[in-house]
Design a binder for this molecule. Structure first.
Ligand code: ZN
Ligand code: ZN
Length: 441
């Protein structure tokens, strides 16, 4: 009796026109509940730490409770870095504290800190153009002029100071490096984030909050030597366990290629990781759940909440090593906050242009504009796409993303519920198109 009622409920749901499915998804509560509970009950969850392990346990329990199949963890080990103390003080006539945070992989100053003169540059290019001789033994400081952009392109355009500056400063013999936070806010909250030393020796590498960077720039403009007492004591604690959490909505056709929807479960250690990337996990799981509740899709939907993205895309690499990119019909990830999807990009091949166009048409009522046919991607799905997985991107509005990104301000109160739920509607729509028709029996 129950199954008959359930089946007729499925029939009613799956026979719904797309407009109704989207209207319902705009009222979604599932994603919000996941986001609130994950970020409250687990909180910050840095890759490789016990907090991230708690996040995996929480996720397995929640994904099972939501009714997904084959919920499991694929564990891997990865080098792990943890934050220590962090303080910066200008010495001498203008003595004052500056707000600093260590970048991921930063070296340590030791518990006594270091005192060195600051040499400042207005851009990463200016730093590169300057002779190493003026940087040796100094604390290099790099400013930049990043502004907000809808597509987030200012992050890569101005992020070089953080991504590559520390390694380059190390090669040039600098004692330490401080960058203006790669962010667009005016809060006294520095933006952390990974830096990669490659074969260079790690040196202390920190980000000043945007206002503190402005303060230091003005101090340098006074034209007198500025010396900073810098204390940062992060540590590499060796290989630790992380893992990817995987769940499925089984499709009707077990031989059909799968649809993968993803986010990353880990966050930085300074905030509960709401925009980056609890929101993404909540959005993709809620969309898959909405499809599952309508009936059985043709293709299996695989939900992957990747581990240890922030600290080096370890989860994305491990997943691609164990799975074959060519097994996927399409892969997509949500990792750009909680604001609305504004554009759809696909990279699923010339021969699937009709499918790409059906997707564009289906997303248009949500205010989403058509974008590229030949580029899509994301950090965690990148390795799978290199193996040949077709990809698509539901691009989110990044105008305020870099106000919050990797700061202590990445908290729940910043979420705009209407924009957040528009994401759920967009991802549900995408799955309707890409995972094939929902069974109407
Ligand atoms: Zn992220
Ligand atoms: Zn991030």
């Amino acid at each position: 009796m129950i199954s008959l009622i359930a089946l007729s409920a499925l029939a009613a749901a799956s026979a719904q026109p797309l407009a109704d499915i989207q209207a319902d998804a705009l009222e979604d509560e599932i994603a919000w509940e996941i986001l609130v509970d994950l970020t409250t009950e687990v909180g910050p969850r840095l890759g490789g730490t016990s907090a991230e392990a708690r996040a995996r346990a929480w996720s397995v329990e929640r994904l099972n409770a939501l009714g997904f199949s084959n919920v499991r963890v694929e564990e891997f080990t990865m080098p792990t870095w943890v934050r220590g103390e962090e303080k910066a003080r200008v010495l001498g006539d203008h003595s004052q504290e500056l707000i600093v945070t260590a970048l991921g992989n930063s070296g340590s100053t030791g518990i006594d800190g270091i005192k060195a003169q600051v040499v400042g540059y207005d851009s990463y290019a200016d730093f590169l153009a300057a002779p190493a001789s003026e940087q040796q033994g100094k604390i290099v400081f790099i400013w930049h002029d990043m502004t907000p952009t809808q597509d987030g392109s200012s992050y890569s355009a101005f992020g070089g100071a953080r991504f590559f500056g520390p390694a380059e400063a190390s090669r040039r013999g600098a004692a330490a490096i401080l960058v203006k936070s790669i962010g667009t806010d005016n809060d006294r909250l520095p933006h952390t984030g990974m830096t990669n030393f490659g074969d260079a020796t790690p040196i202390p590498a920190g980000a000043l909050s945007v206002p503190d960077a402005g303060q230091l720039r003005r101090l340098l403009a006074l034209g007198k030597p500025i010396t900073i007492d810098l204390l940062m004591t992060p540590q590499q604690i060796g290989p630790q366990t992380s893992g990817n959490v995987i769940a499925e909505v089984p499709g009707r056709d077990p031989d059909a290629k799968k649809v993968l929807v993803a986010c990353h479960l880990d966050s930085w250690d300074n905030a509960p990781g709401v925009f980056d990337d609890g929101a993404g996990c909540a959005i993709v799981a809620a969309a898959a759940k909405r499809i599952m509740d309508m009936g059985q899709p043709e293709r299996t939907i695989e939900i992957v909440w990747y581990g240890a993205e922030e600290v080096g895309i370890h989860g994305g690499r491990d997943f691609a090593a164990r799975h074959d990119g060519t097994d996927y019909h399409v892969v997509a990830e949500s990792d750009f906050g909680a604001d609305r999807v504004w554009r759809v990009d696909t990279n699923i091949g010339e021969n699937r242009k009709d499918e790409a166009d059906r997707l564009r048409a289906a997303l248009a009522p949500l205010g989403i504009v058509p974008g590229s046919y030949t580029s899509a991607g994301g950090a965690d799905i990148g390795p799978l796409m290199q193996e040949g997985a077709p990809g698509l991107s539901l691009r989110q509005d990044g105008t305020r993303y870099f106000d919050l990104h990797h700061t202590a301000n990445d908290t729940l109160d910043k979420v705009d519920r209407d924009q957040f739920q528009q994401n759920v509607a967009a991802w549900t729509t995408m799955l309707m198109v890409m995972a094939g028709p929902v069974n109407e029996e």
